[in-house]
Design a protein around this ligand. Structure first.
Ligand SMILES: Cc1cc2nc3c(=O)[nH]c(=O)nc-3n(C[C@H](O)[C@H](O)[C@H](O)COP(=O)(O)OP(=O)(O)OC[C@H]3O[C@@H](n4cnc5c(N)ncnc54)[C@H](O)[C@@H]3O)c2cc1C
Ligand code: FES
Length: 280
């Protein structure tokens, strides 16, 4: 029987700087040309040999499984070791794991994405799916908040590519603008952008990803605007070890984030303990 803990070997083929602490890495698999098939919202366990593993969301185009893109923020041992690698170096990758954003439920409907900081990686495959299939959703609105203009990732795509997708609006906001920095968008936390939402709450699905505190206040604001709790989905992060629903490290009440999640509807989430994404 195949050992599910043994990763596939992958080579770094490109490294792109996003911000001072975040990079997007492209990988190709050594064992076959086929690459990796995944659904938007799924994650992989990335191993840096000699350091350990970290859960990272897949940020690439699911219609092009020949390579894999991961957008990673340097926070500790594994991500720090990844940042010391260069093109041509090898890593291990196992997965994909977890459930996915319910994109097929959003077909024919309006879609609202609310993104905070580095959380953008997990929603990028949804944006790329919409770019490749612009008639599947009635419309897409993306609200993206970051700490400062320098913390915004995928900058080059916002204006050049994503805002040109038919029926798509991209709204940006930052918490603060440092002196002598050009910024033409909103200033304030991401919920500041809620005043300008054009999406109709009655028919929309909402996908949210970011720090828990940001998801909490986003849910509160969206419920006030009349969005349906069954159709608000959040991507949760917990420390992962196996990624397979076996070790219990990622437990959230009766659920395992790695297997039952990472994506939960707000209706599911509000009955689970040990998180702050709740409106009461
Ligand atoms: C489903 C899922 C998807 C993720 N997707 C991405 C992604 O696309 N890009 C990305 O950069 N990161 C992502 N993460 C977070 C990433 O897994 C952690 O940042 C990573 O494990 C850090 O590993 P490290 O060894 O570098 O840090 P460590 O040395 O383990 O930790 C450094 C610091 O970060 C804290 N920390 C580490 N992991 C977590 C966590 N999961 N929650 C809260 N605090 C934590 C530690 O307490 C410590 O303070 C995801 C996590 C999950 C569960
Ligand atoms: S990480 Fe082991 S059960 Fe989820």
């Amino acid at each position: 029987m195949e050992n599910p803990y043994i990763p596939r070997k992958a080579v770094i083929t490109n490294i792109e700087d996003e911000t001072y602490d975040t990079k997007t890495f492209t990988f190709e698999f050594k064992d076959c040309q086929k690459g990796i098939e995944f659904k938007p919202g799924q994650f992989v366990m990335l191993s840096i040999f000699g350091y350990g593993e970290a859960a990272i969301s897949i940020a690439s185009d699911m219609d092009d499984p020949s390579h894999l893109e991961l957008t990673v923020r340097k926070v500790g041992d594994v991500t720090g070791a990844l940042f010391s690698l260069k093109e041509g170096d090898q890593v291990g990758i196992r997965g994909p794991y977890g459930n996915s954003w319910p994109v097929s439920d959003a077909e024919g409907k309006q879609l609202l994405l609310v993104i905070g900081g580095c959380g953008c990686g997990t929603l990028r495959p949804v944006i790329l799916y919409h770019r490749n299939n612009p008639k599947k959703f009635k419309s897409m609105e993306v609200l993206y908040g970051a700490r400062t203009p320098g913390d915004i990732i995928y900058k080059k795509y916002h204006e050049e590519e994503w805002s040109k997708i038919p029926n798509t609006r991209i709204l940006l906001s930052v918490d603060r603008v440092p002196e002598n920095t050009y910024w033409k968008h909103e200033v304030g936390v991401v919920t500041t952008l809620f005043e300008d939402i054009k999406t109709n709450p009655e028919e929309a699905l909402v996908f949210i990803c970011g720090p828990e505190i940001m998801m909490k206040y986003s849910v509160i604001g969206l419920l006030k605007l009349g969005f349906n709790p069954d159709r608000i989905f959040c991507s949760m992060e917990r420390r992962m070890r196996c990624g397979l629903g076996l070790c219990g490290h990622c437990q959230l009440g009766s659920k395992y984030v790695c297997k039952d999640g990472p994506i939960f509807s707000y209706t599911e989430l509000k009955h689970l303990p040990d998180h702050i994404v709740r409106s009461d």
